[in-house]
Design a protein around this ligand. Structure first.
Ligand code: ADP
Length: 564
């Protein structure tokens, strides 16, 4: 601004100076031209007097200096000229001043030379005899005058320019100083220029408005931060260019970043192609979602465009933990596939045997074998379906099953007793140790735990082997242990045997009527009782499964104990 004012003042000062100088020169020139013309008139009158008195004798020895004197006859022929030979000169009748003198008595005119650098002033007077005496004098034109004075003009001009610069610089600084010293934080406290008052008032009003809006924004931002900080879901706000504006702690944890990512491109935080595709869709204004694997879990990533004034101004990314859902989905898929597979084999066998029997291909003596086969496979299917039903009930939780006081020792006695024939058939001895231990639980589920563990201990035993069941009451827990001297479980399988349909040796398990669901039922039932399972097994030596029921499950009172 200072520069502009300075420039303007300089230009105005120089312009005014040039215009004034021109005007001044013009006025002076005009004045002196007038003076010269008057003097020329007087000189002409004097010369006319001289010629009237002396005739041609007047011109003898006449020194006219810068003047030129010409005597012209009535017909325009030049009778005398102080500069040229009158005989060589052309007729002057048509000259403007001569014509005017012949008609009016006195005539004047001005003529420029070819170069425009000089002009001649003429004054003619008619004599009583009809001849005309004319005087002329050369005069510089304004241009010539200017050129002849160029040196002093330039010096004056330079001085004027210098002064203008100095004054302009001081003036511009002085004008701008109050503006530079304006206190914009408190616009109304300024008392500089009156002309600025409306602007300062407006500024003050707008400042108050901005402060109010900032305060509201701050409150909203804090509200947003409080809400998003406590959220388990990750939330990220991006601008139109994909730059992170805000990211909550959950999202920071999932993307493995910190607050330094604010202000950077989201793709520098996570470079996955899924995210890139999602952002492209959001940029086009469409909602999109995908599943990302982050921090060992599955997260649903939702990208919603923020649309304002019909244009996409940013994107909101929402990260939802769907690990459990994905896992459940995966388990469901696997379970369906496994169930179909497990049912297919016995159904094929039953169908094949029944077809052979229906077609009369089976011999009479083989009928019993075929019937037994059908019965065994049907039994296997029944066991399988029963186990599936049990598991699905366990999946649904306790439901309306009521907790009762159960003496685990009494329950174990019952299970051991019922499995005695099976153990004898497998040439395995089964025995129970321990003491009465009452806990609060669901009898059917506890029975399921005991039955499956003991059944496995017999099934996966060797001839002449042993199964030891013990129920011990400890300070805060009841410990159930089922140990066998069977085939054991290789270490690499120990982690997985509690999964549905997982078997170490599939064909062996099927051969002995296993469904692959027994230990899953045990695991679920134990979980519903908040019990912990521990497995110790050594291939070729045996397996011990210990289930520890926690203190809450242990019942102090012996009243209303469930009896089988
Ligand atoms: P299954 O109906 O096949 O017995 P389970 O879920 O009860 O299914 O057991 C899963 C697998 O764990 C079995 O197939 C078997 O290979 C192994 N297993 C379970 N208990 C024992 C044990 N006491 N000794 C050796 N292996 C066992």
């Amino acid at each position: 601004m200072t520069k502009r004012i300075f420039r303007s003042i300089c230009l105005v000062a120089i312009g005014v100076f040039i215009a004034s100088a021109m005007l001044f020169l013009g006025v002076l020139y005009d004045y002196f031209s007038g003076v010269q013309q008057t003097q020329l008139g007087i000189q002409t009158r004097l010369a006319a007097q001289g010629v009237i008195h002396d005739g041609t004798g007047y011109f003898d020895g006449l020194d006219v200096g810068d003047y030129r004197i010409t005597w012209i006859g009535q017909d325009g022929t030049v009778l005398y000229d102080s500069r040229s030979d009158s005989n060589d000169m052309e007729n002057h009748l048509q000259r403007e001043e001569v014509q005017e003198a012949l008609t009016k008595g006195v005539g004047e005119s001005t003529r420029y030379s070819n170069t425009l650098l000089e002009r001649s002033l003429y004054c003619a007077r008619r004599l009583p005899d009809g001849t005309v005496i004319r005087l002329s004098v050369a005069q510089n034109t304004p241009l010539m005058l200017f050129l002849s004075m160029i040196q002093p003009i330039c010096i004056i001009f330079l001085i004027a320019v210098g002064l203008s610069l100095l004054l302009a610089s001081r003036l511009s600084r002085k004008i701008v100083q109050p503006l530079n010293e304006l206190n914009l934080d408190e616009p109304l406290s300024n008392d500089g220029y009156d002309e600025l008052s409306p602007l300062l008032r407006r500024l003050s009003a707008q400042q108050q408005q901005i402060q109010q809006q900032c305060h509201e924004l701050l409150l909203k931002q804090r509200e947003f931060e409080v809400v998003t900080t406590g959220m388990a879901e990750g939330i990220v706000l991006l601008n139109r260019a994909g730059v992170v504006l805000s990211i909550n702690p959950a999202a920071r944890r999932l993307f493995g970043t910190d607050l330094s990512c604010v202000g950077t491109d989201i793709l520098s935080v996570n470079r996955s192609s899924e995210l890139q595709a999602l952002l492209l869709k959001a940029e086009e204004g469409t909602h999109a979602e995908t599943i990302l694997e982050l921090c060992g879990g599955h997260y649903q990533l939702d990208a919603s465009p923020i649309i304002s004034d019909g244009e996409v101004s940013g994107t909101v990314l929402l990260l939802l933990d769907v690990t459990e859902r994905e896992k459940a989905e995966q388990i469901r898929r696997e379970f369906t596939a496994n169930v179909s597979h497990e049912l297919k084999t016995p159904l094929h066998t039953i169908s094949g045997c029944a077809e052979l029997m229906a077609n009369g291909i089976v011999k009479q003596e083989d009928l019993e074998t075929f019937s037994n086969r059908i019965y065994t496979e049907a039994q296997r299917m029944i066991h399988l379906v029963e186990d599936i039903i049990k598991l699905s009930r366990l999946d649904e939780g306790l439901g309306d099953q009521k907790q009762e006081h159960v003496d685990l020792y009494v329950l174990a006695q019952e299970v051991v007793h019922s499995l005695q024939p099976v153990a004898e058939a497998a040439e395995v001895t089964i025995q129970l140790d321990g003491e009465p231990a009452t806990l609060s639980g669901i009898p059917q589920l506890l029975h399921g735990i005991l039955y499956n563990l003991c059944d496995n201990a017999i099934k996966y035993n060797r001839r002449g082997g042993q199964v030891k069941v013990s129920v011990k009451r400890e300070a805060q827990t009841v410990r159930l242990c089922v140990a066998d001297t069977g085939i054991g479980i290789p270490p690499e399988h120990q982690e997985r045997i509690f999964e549905r349909f997982y078997r170490v040796d599939k064909s062996h398990s099927k051969e002995i009527g296993g469904t692959g669901l027994g230990l899953s039922i045990v695991k679920h039932a134990a979980r519903l009782h908040d019990a912990e399972i521990a497995l110790q097994s050594e291939p070729g030596k045996g397996t011990a499964v210990t289930i520890t029921f926690p203190i809450q499950q242990v019942c102090e009172s012996e009243e209303s104990v469930w009896k089988p």
